[in-house]
Design a protein around this ligand. Structure first.
Ligand SMILES: Cc1ncc(COP(=O)(O)O)c(C=O)c1O
Length: 444
């Protein structure tokens, strides 16, 4: 009851502080369904509208400067409008923004990625993570001649048909037993056949995975996994889980696809470097495009040969007006070149500092919280112990998260269930967040 009153007053304060965003939302509703054109960007009662970004800050329509720990859902590892990216884009703008024939930039970018991720024997570019996942799963089916894909319950892999099975399904009996999750459509409009072609796996349960994979091996083309389960609550893999998954898939002649669209942020070579596991295919986006729309997928040369056009029509056509777009190539290369080992060390040290301090603040306030940190990513769960999979993570206290979200937003900090640290951040920014969380908890 007390919480409800606190929440109402926090939301009322937000509404009073953001009249221009509110007005823009009313206007948006006349042109966009529910004022929205990116599901995750919506927030109740209305989203903050951003006018610009500067380094570690977002500036909204009402003129607030918000310290940003979301960074366009992890994509902006160099922060907003970083001069390194701006210069690269400006130089390219005057040379042209898109061509119907290849540029040397895509070759350079592919070499750069291959230099960081040994499993990427061959790479192709596309415009979004959704497309990368769509292509990787299609390639797996074409290569193996099998029709099913397995994915982990609750994981987010974009909005292709396969990806929309059991992405964030509501908890309840429909989900089936924990060790045999059912395939549950997470969107209207999917073909009923899709649910039959998608197997759902429980994260961190290698025994159940082995049973499901081996009993379906004849039909199963690939297992796709976000190695850090970032969309399913960042329930990090337990010791040996990813290695075991690699062994099981290899043994059953099932391809293993790593969706590293977020996890690539965690180290120079992504989660596959951190956990020393070599997938057959990898999907990349966000960080690799330096804050522009761009993505890639790649992996084993024999699988990627399906896209090779040099001996007749390729087995899989993959055109895209903006594939390997020069703007995303130059922005991506600028970002990757700025991400030196020393920069990753700094990001990890700041994020560790943040994790340790938040942990202490929650303990001091008597709030049961689990703080998970990996690389420059951090996630908070208001739970008694660290969750190991989607179902455990989904039991989080979402109301408390909403309280904390508005408390922080009203105090000039943008985060959501945690967030990520960007390169321009310094100790003072980390300490500012910790101190505002402390203040918010005292108020609650
Ligand atoms: C792990 C993961 N996979 C796939 C996607 C889809 O990428 P995009 O939004 O570029 O289509 C996302 C986006 O947030 C993601 O986090």
């Amino acid at each position: 009851m007390v919480k409800q009153q606190v929440l109402e007053s926090l939301v009322a304060e937000y509404v009073a502080n953001n009249p221009r965003s509110r007005e823009m939302f009313e206007r948006a509703k006349k042109s966009l369904p529910g004022g929205n054109t990116r599901t995750g960007a919506y927030m109740d009662p209305f989203p903050i509208y951003i006018s610009r970004g500067e380094g570690v800050h977002l500036i909204d329509l009402d003129g607030h400067r918000l310290l940003d720990f979301v960074n366009n859902n992890t994509a902006l590892i160099l922060g907003h409008a970083n001069p390194i990216i701006v210069d690269a884009l400006q130089a390219q703008l005057t040379k042209g923004t898109a061509f119907s024939r290849p540029t040397a930039l895509e070759v350079e970018m592919a070499e750069l990625l291959r230099g960081r991720v040994p499993s990427l024997e061959r790479i192709r570019f596309c415009s979004s993570g959704t497309e990368a996942v769509l292509n990787a799963t299609r390639a797996a089916k074409a290569f193996t001649g099998k029709r099913k894909i397995a994915r982990f319950e609750g994981a987010y892999h974009g909005v292709s048909e396969y990806a929309l099975i059991s992405h964030a399904p509501p908890l309840g009996p429909d989900l089936g037993p924990a060790h045999r999750p059912r395939s549950v459509p997470s969107s209207a409009g999917l073909s009923p056949a899709i649910a039959e072609e998608v197997l759902v796996l429980p994260f961190n349960d290698a025994t159940a995975c082995e049973e499901i994979i081996s009993s379906n091996a004849e039909d199963l083309a690939a297992v796709i996994v976000d190695p850090l389960a970032t969309g399913a609550g960042m329930t990090l893999p337990v010791d040996g889980f990813l290695t075991r998954l690699r062994e099981i898939t290899m043994h059953q002649e099932v391809l293993l696809i790593f969706d590293e669209i977020i996890s690539f942020r965690a180290s120079r070579g992504g989660a596959q470097e951190l956990y020393d596991v070599r997938p057959d295919l990898t999907c990349l986006a966000k960080v690799i495009a330096g804050g522009t729309p761009g993505a890639a997928f790649g992996g084993r040369a024999d699988v990627m040969a399906l896209y090779d056009p040099t001996s007749g029509a390729p087995k899989i056509p993959q055109s895209g007006t903006y594939n390997a777009n020069p703007l995303s190539m130059v922005a991506g290369m600028a970002a990757l070149r700025a991400l030196t080992p020393a920069v990753y060390d700094k990001l990890s040290a700041l994020t560790q500092r943040l994790g340790t301090a938040l942990d202490a603040v929650f303990k001091e306030a008597g709030v049961q919280a689990q703080v998970t940190v990996v690389g420059s990513l951090f996630h908070i769960h208001f739970l008694l112990c660290a969750p190991r999979n989607y179902r455990e993570a989904a039991l989080d206290d979402h109301r408390l998260h909403r309280l904390l979200f508005f408390s922080l937003l009203n105090a000039g900090i943008h985060w959501s269930y945690g967030g990520n640290v960007s390169v321009p951040m310094e100790t003072a920014h980390i300490d500012q967040l910790v101190s505002e969380v402390q203040t918010a908890l005292r108020r609650l």
